[in-house]
Write a new protein. Structure first.
Length: 162
């Protein structure tokens, strides 16, 4: 069994949380780069994870502030799945990973870092990506700066969102 170690995320889990929900984004797009929003669909959006497990770690979240999959209307659920498919397509094209984890944690006990607002995870994976740095040094090696990744992926999302 492969294990994805991310001990540096404990700082996020135990650290102070923002007052507002990070998945309740404004309607205007002025802050999209700062917030790392890559694309906006009809009922959901794609955002990069600021505390990634791996380079290219994306999330798809509905605009509506709901905490459970069963709270989504059919149109919202369909739009989320469409954008997850698009994320996988773009990740495969840009990063060429050897695998991809996709998932949804419902509730804090299930591992949802922000349990109040549903969000799907899409994480590119490579053989050996849980290297000795993460296992022994509690250090993540993310090979590309978040904004550099954002600026590389954004045109691909813009192209697919026409």
């Amino acid at each position: 069994m492969d294990v994805l170690w991310a001990p540096w995320r404990l700082d996020y889990i135990l650290g102070p949380k923002p007052d507002e929900c990070v998945f309740c984004i404004p309607e205007d797009t002025v802050e999209d780069e700062e917030r790392l929003v890559l694309a906006r669909g009809k009922h959901c959006f794609v955002i990069m994870n600021k505390f990634p497990y791996n380079n290219g770690h994306l999330m798809v979240s509905p605009y509506r502030h709901v905490s459970c999959l069963t709270d989504l209307a059919t149109e919202e659920a369909n739009d989320c799945m469409l954008w997850m498919q698009r994320c996988v397509e773009i990740i495969q094209r840009y990063f060429r990973p050897q695998g991809i984890n996709t998932g949804l944690n419902i509730g804090e006990a299930a591992g949802a870092g922000i349990a109040a607002h549903l969000h799907f995870q899409i994480v590119p994976r490579w053989n050996g990506d849980a290297s000795f740095m993460a296992v022994f040094g509690e250090t993540s090696v993310i090979p590309q700066h978040l904004l550099s990744t954002y600026r590389s992926l954004k045109p691909l999302f813009d192209e697919i969102n026409k």
